[in-house]
Design a protein around this ligand. Structure first.
Ligand SMILES: Cc1ncc(COP(=O)(O)O)c(C=O)c1O
Length: 357
């Protein structure tokens, strides 16, 4: 006899990309930053005294909250630190969506959203993106028709890297009577020339929350640290009611604060990733792939006609190059490729040139 709740027994869990520890593998499958965390993070880690681990950490990660507030020029009341961005997603659902209330997302999108709604028994309403991966014109109408309590948009979009403007987000938030969660896991890689900054929108409006993570932009996927940004009214119940008492640990709090204070270092690696992204996209196009313009640290590349994406994924894997294949509607002829260092990208291109040049 199974003791699982019916919805848990009926669901599948999240399937993460493969994680390997070997230096021989060119790992371009889970959108990690190819550069190390800042030297200030390394120095802070060295100085951590294990004697402090005897005590509980700050429940609300105050040192980090203050550093993040300063970084965004907002109040600490607008920030909730979480154990990775993924924990914020779970907390937003448990705090704001009653079980049974519907949650809207786009199709395709980050596959964890489905898993989290299934855990909480929230019906998931998927709104298909159009042929160019844009939101359909009647997007807000579809949200209303679905009676969505919560809409989760990933921006830049995963897995395409397309960026919605702040004006578009603002229009959605103004016309939607539910909560809009903008998952900005990849926002650090947006070209500054786009002048994308949704923080003022989140602070001003009472129905917009932003997800940020240190996993990608700050090279700290192994640390598990993210945070939410929003009005004090939205942040307060997450911070003081639904969050686990000590959801981020002492070591992570110190390192996350050091990372977010290393602004110059971070901006420098974001720029390197952007440059590599544009070069890699161009090289893939030269080989006959069609590549969606991306504002994230990955590219969605469609294989030239007559080639099989799953097979190519397997062949690259056998050559110690990992990329991501999604066996999903509209993605079966594509690979998602994380932008690596110039050397890693060159290894991938060398493997592709033998097949496509
Ligand atoms: C779209 C998106 N949102 C959120 C996350 C959460 O990242 P983390 O839990 O590492 O902060 C990821 C990680 O891959 C992601 O791709």
């Amino acid at each position: 006899m199974s003791f699982q709740r019916r919805n848990i027994a009926a669901m599948d869990g999240y399937v993460p990309g493969e994680q390997v520890n070997s230096a021989d593998v060119t790992k371009l499958n889970t959108n990690e930053n190819p550069y190390p965390p800042s030297p200030k993070v390394a120095a802070t880690l060295k100085e951590i005294d294990s004697a402090f681990l005897r005590r509980y950490p700050s429940p609300t990660a105050e040192t980090f909250r203050e550093a993040a507030a300063q970084c965004h020029d907002i109040s600490v009341d607008n920030i909730v630190p979480t154990n990775g961005g993924d924990e914020l997603l779970r907390l937003v659902l448990t705090t704001f969506a009653e079980p049974g209330e519907s949650v809207a997302v786009t199709r395709p999108t980050y596959s964890l959203y489905r898993v989290l709604t299934e855990i909480q028994a929230n019906p998931l309403h998927e709104i298909a993106l159009d042929d160019t991966w844009d939101l359909p014109e009647n997007f807000v109408q579809q949200l209303m028709d679905a009676e969505a309590k919560l809409c989760i948009l990933v921006n830049p979009h995963a897995p395409t890297g397309k960026l919605l403007s702040v004006a578009t987000l603002s229009e959605i938030a103004s016309n939607f009577n539910g909560l809009l969660l903008v998952d900005e896991a990849y926002v650090d890689f947006v070209d500054p020339a786009r002048e994308y900054d949704s923080v003022p929108l989140a602070i001003e409006r009472d129905n917009v929350l932003l997800l940020r993570t240190l996993s990608k932009g700050y090279s700290l996927a192994g640390l598990r640290f993210g945070y939410g940004i929003g009005s004090a009214e939205l942040i307060h119940p997450i911070l003081y009611k639904t969050r686990d008492s000590y959801n981020t640990d002492y070591i992570a709090q110190q390192l996350a604060a050091a990372a977010i204070q290393s602004r110059e270092y971070a901006e420098n690696i974001w720029e390197k990733v952007r440059e590599a992204r544009e070069k890699l996209a161009e090289a893939l196009r030269q080989l006959g792939f069609s590549v969606t313009p991306s504002q994230a640290n990955f590219l969605l590349a469609t294989l030239p006609d007559g080639h099989n994406a799953e097979l190519l994924y397997q062949q690259l894997k056998s050559e110690n190059i990992l990329v991501r294949f999604f066996d999903q509607e509209r993605l079966q002829d594509k690979l998602r490729i994380s932008v690596g260092t110039p050397g890693e990208n060159a290894s991938l291109l060398a493997a592709l040139k033998s097949r496509f040049a």
